[in-house]
Design a protein around this ligand. Sequence first.
Ligand SMILES: C[S@@+](CC[C@H](N)C(=O)[O-])C[C@H]1O[C@@H](n2cnc3c(N)ncnc32)[C@H](O)[C@@H]1O
Length: 278
Amino acid sequence: MPEYRLENLQKELVSILNGKIERAAREAQLILMHSLDCDELWLMMHKEEVIQNADEIIKKAHRRSKNEPLEYITNSVSFYSQEFFIDYGALIPRPETELLIDEVLNRIDDKNSALTFTEVGVGSGIISIVLAQHLPNAKFIAVDISENALKIARENIKRFGLEDRIELRHGSLLEPVGEKIDFLVSNPPYIANDAPLETNLSYEPQNALFGGEIGDEIIQELLIEFLSRDINWFCCEMGYDQRDKIVNFLNNKNFEKLDFYKDLSGFDRGFTLKARDE
Ligand SMILES: C[S@@+](CC[C@H](N)C(=O)[O-])C[C@H]1O[C@@H](n2cnc3c(N)ncnc32)[C@H](O)[C@@H]1O
């Protein structure tokens, strides 16, 4: 391996990425910043620096050139202005899921109340973790069908020191939860099994993406659970085209209020359902 100075290494990364992915120069910068644990200013000020582990960094650029998500290459993802650990086995958190968190928080007047939450499909843990940070007296039971996802969630829960507030349970839907809960929250898989996917999505766990033949089967099962148990609220992310099915399903059912919210592109993205006070 030839000796690389930062400036040459940066050029090499850009040439590996050029024509393969969009924003090659920016992505090269991101790979460098993560690998060297530095910021943009440092990169600009140290162009002559000799880089010791250049071969490792070049390997990362080759992985990225095949459309492997940067988050899996760097084991890092930004969500709600914080850095979380991420790896194969859990879905890469999407920016629109921040809206689901805001929807939940907007429903809670007293942020200090001792609410009990269950999250179905915890994945990397981002939803329960951010909610726990904003609701200091709330407790969480976070369920996932995937042991690999639970491992990643455990790592993040430890990183943020929330082991005593978020309990992880392995299982399907609400099956491992017998207790009374106030809030059910979920970003379930909601894509139809046969939907064509972009290449970068093929790196993500399939059971985090596909919700059944039609796509909304898991959402329907969660609605049934919500209606048959004594749960006050259900906040859920959904596909942009699933609103009518949800409205039809809830027609004639006993609940107080159903509100949908849109994502930043103006597409329907989720709903909040409130149970009738008995
Ligand atoms: C769309 S991902 C959401 C992950 C994370 N909450 C987020 O928002 O980034 C859906 C998660 O649901 C889990 N899952 C799929 N089917 C499930 C089931 N029947 N019961 C519990 N979890 C399930 C998947 O393993 C995956 O981690």
